[in-house]
Design a protein around this ligand. Structure first.
Ligand SMILES: Cc1cc2nc3c(=O)[nH]c(=O)nc-3n(C[C@H](O)[C@H](O)[C@H](O)COP(=O)(O)O)c2cc1C
Length: 213
């Protein structure tokens, strides 16, 4: 049993990274082999639309043919039993790196002969999203729909997906040092002390579930 995490945050040891580490700790506690991939450490681009993965005569059909740092990662994820993707929300979306990864990850499996039957291997999957936004703002900003869309893609391609949200996160340790006037730094830090540990616990439990056969 192998569980992989793909981290779409540029910041190590911050919110997304901490949650993904908890997911992997949970998976390891259930006996899984684990691996974290930091997208910001890799040299890669999004899908080039070369269409080589759709060629009838391609010797390795339904797999991305681009050769860069993502190539071995995509190979390892293909073989893994479970994968968790984590990203902070940037301008109401996943980060650019996560989006580029996502294109490469899914397009190789896209089946234009029967769109509803992607050519991907079944696996357990999950999303971890972190954001400044408190849940109360979701109706205004439409995030619920964004997260649902990403979960639906994974469900369609891999047959399973769960989503963990960590909202109203702490963006900096000392709010007084920055122009961040719209935030109550004290409340943010307090939430980080009280609610974020609960999110970490949920992440650990998610890892245990991903590792279960
Ligand atoms: C470029 C940029 C854009 C952001 N846009 C949003 C946004 O649209 N909505 C939101 O809720 N948070 C936004 N944030 C805040 C991050 O999503 C939030 O701080 C997140 O928890 C950071 O994750 P990290 O600690 O793993 O880096 C943005 C942060 C940055 C740097």
């Amino acid at each position: 049993m192998k569980v992989m995490a793909v981290n779409g945050s540029p910041r190590k040891n911050w919110n997304t990274d901490t949650l993904l580490k908890n997911v992997l700790d949970g998976a390891a506690s259930a006996g899984a082999e684990t691996e974290m991939v930091y997208l910001y450490d890799l040299n890669f681009r999004g899908c080039r639309s070369c269409m080589a993965c759709k060629l009838r005569k391609e010797p390795r059909p339904n797999r991305c043919v681009l050769r860069d740092d993502l190539t071995p990662v995509l190979d390892r994820i293909h073989e893994a039993d479970a994968v968790v993707l984590g990203s902070p929300i940037y301008f109401s979306e996943v980060t650019g790196e996560m989006r580029s990864f996502f294109e490469r990850f899914l397009f190789q499996y896209l089946n234009y002969d029967d769109y509803s039957k992607p050519l991907s291997p079944a696996k357990k999957t999950a999303w971890v999203f972190t954001m400044n936004c408190p849940e109360a703002w979701f109706p205004q900003v439409g995030y619920r729909e964004v997260f649902q869309r990403y979960e639906n893609w994974m469900k369609l391609y891999f047959g399973h997906c769960e989503t963990l949200l960590s909202m109203d996160t702490m963006q900096v340790k000392d709010y007084s040092r920055y122009h961040l006037g719209m935030f109550d730094g004290k409340a943010k830090c307090q939430r980080h002390e009280t609610v974020f540990p609960q999110d970490c616990k949920k992440a650990f439990e998610l890892g245990v579930k991903l590792a279960a056969r």
